[in-house]
Design a protein around this ligand. Sequence first.
Ligand code: NAP
Length: 479
Amino acid sequence: MFLLRESLGFGSEAVATTIMQATYLAASVMFILGLKSLTRADSARRGMQQAALGMFFAVIGTMLNQHILTYQWIMIGLVVGAAVGYPMAMKVAMTSMPQFIAFSHAFGAIAATLVGVVEYRELTREGALTSGLAGALGFEVLFGALTVTGSFMAFGKLQELITGRPITFKGQNAVNLLLMAVAFGSFGYLIYNPMAAWAFYGVVGLALFLGISMVLPIGGGDMPVVISLLNSYAGLAAAATGFAIGNNVLIIAGALEGAGGFILSVMMSKAMNRSFGNVIFGAFGSAPSAAKKIGEAKEPKTITAEDAATQLAYAGSVVIIPGYGMAVAQAQHVCRELHELIEAQGGSVKYAIHPVAGRMPGHLNVIMAEAGIDYGALLTDVDDANRVLGSADIAIVIGGNDIVNPDADEDKSSPLYGMPIFRPWTSKVTYVIKRGKGVGFSGVENPLFTLDTTRMLYGDAKNALGTLVKEIKALNEGH
Ligand code: NAP
């Protein structure tokens, strides 16, 4: 890299700076295009490629920095990072993606915090620390350190290394508020007196502690909202790093991440019908009571794969509602086979994709895109999907539970009450494919399963769909 820099004639600082800024500009444009493409499932893959290309430009630009004296440690870091990160990313299951994201956030935040500490030491040694720079560095380590421990906690809860249940104690919010007040007080003092090292390191220590104490009362299953909030904090820390070390691409990328993470957290909270305030304070996602309601001991009616296949083969319109179980079973490819068979018989097939189906935002969009389902077949707006369900012959819920629980509409005491849900019971008949009587993420019973128009097809989603496909093919061959 050093030779490349010299041989390309970047010896002159002005030329090197111009080229570096041009790569940073290209990187920023790619990040923005990437985010735009990520807003649609059919262009999401391209969005990731654009963002990766942007990151490549940013790395190249940084490598051309004239202040780099030796590349030895940078190369060691690149090799170790790639050797650890690549196999991890290739092996991780889609259902484990939230903890993987939390884990990688923690490392990004460690980098931002360390840069902050090193910059603080250098600037105080040189006597060049102004109040403005101290503010940027204080902000960087505050959000960086909080994200480090918060993300490790989120990872531990999701990976079940520690209990996924909310851990609460009396006066928890008061303790958190006090910690926050002292951290912000120290931060304020640091701006007033940048040379006060105790205030700087106090902010680091308190933020590390805050990351733990703020994530403690949050239930493991609700962690994706917290992870996206921590994502936003990591973005703010990166933007502050950009201000502290005068790096424009960090400011832009950090601001995009900060805003994107925050918007996503708010959208997820809304889709799950949670108060956003609870994400920051209080026992968010505390385990709801799984008590069964008195007088609802009706047994669900079942259907055989053979009968279901016959009905599906002659159905005019079918709406498939995939949930978390579809992702666990990796049943998306066989689902597409079923879809194609129904269409070949003259029926129409649509997919109702709920914003919080699965365990991370867009989980089912990704799964269906992976199976090559046309984006046009996806109904991603809950109201639109409900309109289509109202005139469908058959609704098939595959590994879904909470997203089709009628109590969200009707039962004020339900933890799901107010969450927008799909209403498959408005179709002529509903088939539900799941392994048994397991509850969903919320832990509550689902009255949909005992309705007169619902038929249960018990089994693992992939196997059950495979059997349906075989039965329809056998029917076709029989004709
Ligand atoms: P769900 O309510 O968790 O229900 C999933 C159902 O799938 C279970 O009842 C389970 O029943 C069944 N299942 C599991 N493995 C299966 C398999 N191999 N084959 C067939 N069925 C299987 O899922 P959902 O309806 O998708 O709702 C998502 C829930 O997660 C919501 O409550 C949402 O708020 C929450 N959440 C979502 C996000 C997000 O970002 N998407 C984040 C955090 C929390 P059996 O055990 O009987 O098979």
